[in-house]
Structures are given as structure tokens and as C-alpha cells.
Design a protein around this ligand. Structure first.
Ligand SMILES: NC(=O)C1=CN([C@@H]2O[C@H](COP(=O)(O)OP(=O)(O)OC[C@H]3O[C@@H](n4cnc5c(N)ncnc54)[C@H](O)[C@@H]3O)[C@@H](O)[C@H]2O)[C@@H](O)CC1
Ligand SMILES: Nc1ncnc2c1ncn2[C@@H]1O[C@H](COP(=O)(O)OP(=O)(O)O)[C@@H](O)[C@H]1O
Ligand SMILES: [Mg+2]
Length: 286
């Protein structure tokens, strides 16, 4: 397993081409946020907007729409119970993120099934939080798309059947190969298993042990994969590295890092990386 280092940032985050418009920088649909967990999808969507995704749509319980718009007027919103609209949106975007605050109720399962039935091969599908738990519990078949699973250790236990104490690199690798996608096992020093090799994140700290930290990472991976579409694995690695690199900077002066602070620091962080990358204006498109 390789140690992930900051070079991945320059590989992925390039200056924006001036001949461009919002569509150049990708479309994302984030699905989650039931009556109990509205904050989770707001945090994920905030990360996607601040990462620079061209167009961001949230599918959630409409109870959360006002709160979402108060925080994030850049995002559009649809009712996740509107199956027709949800199905249509799920097939039209570059990246779908499903799971932050989705919950595990009958309604949550119906939403998950609709999304899984409508994604297509070209898309990135980030499967996080409740979507992982439901996928494991209901033994659903996997959706079409380039799959990125972002479980914490307990979610990984549910999905892979490997108990936390037995989650060795060998066992994790063999489970990732069966899933046919990218797997992040989130913990202190997160591990990232991909068809092109495996990485360990050497940065990050306990200042990140706050609810919503993973929802924010899911939104960042969504935003990076929708925007930097050349290479899904590299975009996922860069988002994961940036998430903890920003947290480490904030943690120099703070005992705890709030998830939304990472999102708010992202445009400045990405500008610094892009500035050091001026000669290479490539990397956005397929
Ligand atoms: N403000 C919000 O709306 C929030 C909503 N959230 C959502 O709540 C739903 C449930 O997710 P949770 O993760 O809270 O609950 P889960 O029940 O899925 O996982 C928590 C359980 O896993 C155990 N665990 C073991 N190792 C762990 C590790 N490395 N990291 C985290 N937990 C570990 C914990 O002890 C606990 O028993 C998800 O949809 C999530 O997105 C959470 O993100 C918290 C914030
Ligand atoms: N002690 C820690 N050191 C480093 N990173 C941590 C630590 N605790 C949590 N994290 C990071 O915070 C995130 C937590 O994700 P998750 O448990 O899904 O949060 P939530 O669902 O509440 O948003 C992961 O990226 C994890 O690696
Ligand atoms: Mg989570």
C-alpha cells in the first residue's frame, strides 16, 4: 500500500480554461437528507458547491429545502419522493452522491432503489452513509456506474462482512475487488482501495472526529469527480487528500474542525494548488 502524498493535488487541480461555462465543470445530484438528517445532505452539498461543481442539485425531504437554501442558494432542490423527477435527474448528471442522511426507513429504501435503477455506466456513483447500510441490509444489486464506496469501519463491516478487528489490507482488498469499484475505509489514516492500486492517507487528526465530516468528504469526492472527469481514481484520491490537508491547517489553531469550515476553505486551497500549476491547463474533460 502506497502513502498518498500532496502531489495528487497538482495532478488533479488545474487552472480553469477561460473558454468555459458552468456545464464545463460538471453536474452533480446529491441524494439524502430525510426528516432527521437534513444537516448531512446540506454539508455534502456545501462541499460540492465549494469544490467548484458547475451545477448542484439536492434530492431530499422537502422539509429541508428552506434550510438548504438559507445556507446554500447555489444549490437546486427536488423532492426525493418524486420518483419520476428523481429517476430523470439520476440519469442526467456526471456524478450521483447517495447516502448522507438518507436514513434507513421504507421511504429511504424506495429512494435508493429508484436511484440505483437509473444510473448509467458513464456516471460516477458515490455510495455513502445510510446507502451503504441499506445496500448491505437489503442485499440490493449494485447500480450501473463507476462506483465509489465511502464506508467508515462499521459501515464497511456491514457491507463486506469483515469485522472491524479483522479489516486487514489483504481482507479489505479482496472485498473491494468483489465490489468492482473504489473503496475508502474511513478511519484515522483512511485506506483507499482501487483497481489501480491502494493508498493510505498519512494526514488528518482527531480534530476531524465530528458528525458531518464524512458527509463533507462524500460531497467533495462528488464535486471532484464531476468536475475533474479525466480520471475518477485520481479525483477521488485528490478530494480525500484535500479534505484532511485543509483540516490539518485549521487544526493548527482549533481544537476541533467543523465540517463546513473545510468546505469554506476549499476555493482558497484549490486556488493555491492551481496557481502552482499554471503551465498545465488540462485535466477537466474526458
Ligand atoms: N447532521 C446530520 O444530519 C448528520 C447525519 N449523519 C447521518 O446519519 C446516518 C447514520 O450514520 P452514522 O455513521 O452516524 O451511524 P451508523 O450507525 O451507520 O454508524 C455508527 C456506528 O458505527 C460505530 N463505528 C465503529 N467504527 C467507526 C468509525 N471508524 N467511524 C464511525 N463509526 C464507527 C459507532 O460506534 C456506531 O455504533 C448517515 O446517513 C449519516 O450520513 C451523520 O453523518 C452525523 C451528522
Ligand atoms: N481520529 C481521526 N483521525 C483522522 N480522521 C478522522 C478521525 N475521526 C474521523 N475522521 C475522519 O472523519 C470522517 C468521518 O466520516 P463518517 O464517520 O462517515 O462521518 P459522518 O457520517 O458523521 O459525516 C472520515 O473521513 C474519517 O476519516
Ligand atoms: Mg458517514
Amino acid at each position: 500500500m502506497q502513502s498518498l502524498n500532496e502531489e495528487i493535488l497538482q495532478t488533479v487541480i488545474k487552472p480553469r480554461p477561460q473558454e468555459s461555462f458552468k456545464g464545463t465543470f460538471g453536474k452533480i445530484l446529491l441524494v439524502g437528507g430525510n426528516h432527521q438528517f437534513g444537516g448531512a445532505i446540506i454539508m455534502a452539498a456545501t462541499a460540492a458547491v465549494y469544490a467548484g461543481t458547475g451545477l448542484v442539485t439536492v434530492a431530499c425531504d422537502p422539509l429541508n429545502a428552506t434550510a438548504l437554501h438559507t445556507q446554500l442558494p447555489e444549490a437546486m432542490v427536488i423532492d426525493f419522493k418524486n420518483q419520476e423527477k428523481l429517476a430523470q435527474m439520476a440519469s442526467q448528471v456526471n456524478t450521483v452522491v447517495i447516502g448522507p442522511g438518507l436514513g434507513e426507513e421504507a421511504e429511504s429504501l424506495a429512494v435508493l432503489k429508484t436511484v440505483f435503477a437509473n444510473t448509467i455506466d458513464d456516471q460516477v456513483v458515490v455510495i455513502d452513509g445510510s446507502a451503504i447500510t441499506l445496500l448491505a441490509k437489503e442485499k440490493l444489486s449494485l447500480p450501473a456506474g463507476k462506483l465509489v464506496f465511502t464506508p467508515h469501519q462499521m459501515e464497511w463491516q456491514r457491507l463486506s462482512g469483515i469485522k472491524i478487528a479483522d479489516q486487514t489490507p489483504e481482507a479489505n482488498k479482496s472485498a473491494q475487488e468483489k465490489l468492482n469499484g473504489i473503496v475508502l475505509v474511513k478511519k484515522h489514516h483512511t485506506e483507499i482501495y482501487t483497481p489501480d492500486g491502494d493508498w493510505k492517507l498519512p494526514i488528518g487528526s482527531a480534530a476531524q472526529a465530528v458528525g458531518g465530516m464524512g458527509d463533507t468528504l462524500a460531497g467533495m469526492i462528488g464535486g471532484f469527480t464531476a468536475q475533474f472527469r479525466k480520471n475518477t481514481i485520481q479525483a477521488t484520491l485528490a478530494a480525500t487528500y484535500a479534505h484532511s490537508a485543509i483540516a490539518d491547517e485549521i487544526a493548527i489553531n482549533q481544537y476541533v474542525v467543523l465540517p463546513h469550515q473545510i468546505s469554506h476553505a476549499l476555493p482558497g486551497f484549490m486556488k493555491k494548488v492551481a496557481n502552482s500549476n499554471k503551465d498545465h491547463q488540462i485535466g477537466f474533460m474526458n
